[in-house]
Design a protein around this ligand. Structure first.
Ligand SMILES: Nc1ncnc2c1ncn2[C@@H]1O[C@H](COP(=O)(O)OP(=O)(O)O)[C@@H](O)[C@H]1O
Ligand SMILES: [Mg+2]
Length: 264
């Protein structure tokens, strides 16, 4: 017997108590619940007399294991999208469910708690704390989660090893190359075991060799099942990831959906 679609938005699964998503965003990937769902999302900015609609009518479902590049020309809304997906800002209109939680109307404190638990961030400029060592930087998200010092240290050392910095644990950011600093940032983004990793122009400041190393780490993380969203203007990323979303004037102009492992 095939599963039938829910008949209304509020029909609750008796066995699990889970409220299914509305039919418009029902999984194209049978059996998977989206980790991110945007429904009718708009973001408006008031600039003097002008209302800038930076995002309008965004409906999007992102599934566990998606490896997404979000592409588009300058001004199309990529940063606005990242801020909303990253719970750094909220939609003006519409809803955002992150791992089943409606985060569209949370207070700043609640939002930052959700960020700390569910999301990992990687920025173009690494955003490491200069006074802290490699291992201490990786521990920062764990500190906010109240993880014990001993456990944090174990997790951080393991992650440092994983990104090839096991011999640099006590170095400070100024003693590292750009590529190494970005690897610290990746390890930091993994330490709270986030549901989604968001990267904003992660290779933008790197030479091409270091950039390739970072992308290989992303490939490896996705191969392990991590969900990654890469905001980029690098067109070659569309080949690398398994789903491409193109924004144009604040709307989704193209969404390839998940391409199953492209010819390798
Ligand atoms: N804080 C803001 N106030 C007013 N307008 C903004 C603000 N942030 C972005 N915008 C406008 O929203 C649109 C999308 O911007 P943005 O998301 O930064 O695009 P991208 O990152 O793709 O270059 C642009 O027209 C930009 O000028
Ligand atoms: Mg931008």
């Amino acid at each position: 017997m095939g599963k039938s679609l829910p008949t209304s938005n509020t029909e609750i699964d008796q066995a699990t108590g889970v409220i299914p998503p509305p039919p418009s965003v029902v999984s194209t990937q049978e059996g998977l619940h989206p980790v991110i769902e945007l429904c009718g999302v708009e973001k408006h900015y008031q600039m003097g007399d002008t209302l800038v609609k930076a995002l309008h009518g965004i409906d999007l479902a992102i599934y566990p294991g998606d490896y997404i590049s979000i592409l588009g020309p300058s001004g199309c809304g990529k940063s606005t999208m990242l801020n909303i997906l990253g719970c750094l800002d909220q939609p003006t209109i519409g809803t955002y469910l992150l791992d089943g939680i409606d985060v569209s109307h949370l207070s700043d404190d609640e939002l930052s708690r959700v960020r700390g638990k569910k999301l990992g961030f990687i920025f173009q400029s690494y955003n490491l704390i200069q006074q802290l060592t490699v291992v201490e930087n990786i521990e920062v998200p764990l500190y906010y989660q109240g993880v014990s010092e001993k456990e944090s240290r174990e997790i951080a050392i393991e992650l440092a090893n994983r990104v090839g910095l096991g011999k640099r644990l006590d170095h400070r950011p100024t003693e590292l190359s750009g590529g190494q600093q970005q690897r610290v940032a990746i390890a930091r983004s993994l330490s709270n075991d986030p549901a989604v990793i968001l990267a904003d122009e992660a290779t933008g400041n790197l030479d091409s060799k270091s950039g390739r190393d970072i992308l290989e780490i992303f490939d490896g993380l996705n191969a392990e099942g991590k969900t990654l969203i890469l905001i980029t203007h690098d067109e070659s990323m569309a080949q690398r990831t398994n789903r491409t979303i193109r924004l144009k004037d604040g709307s989704v102009a193209l969404d390839t959906g998940r391409k199953e492992s492209s010819a390798s």
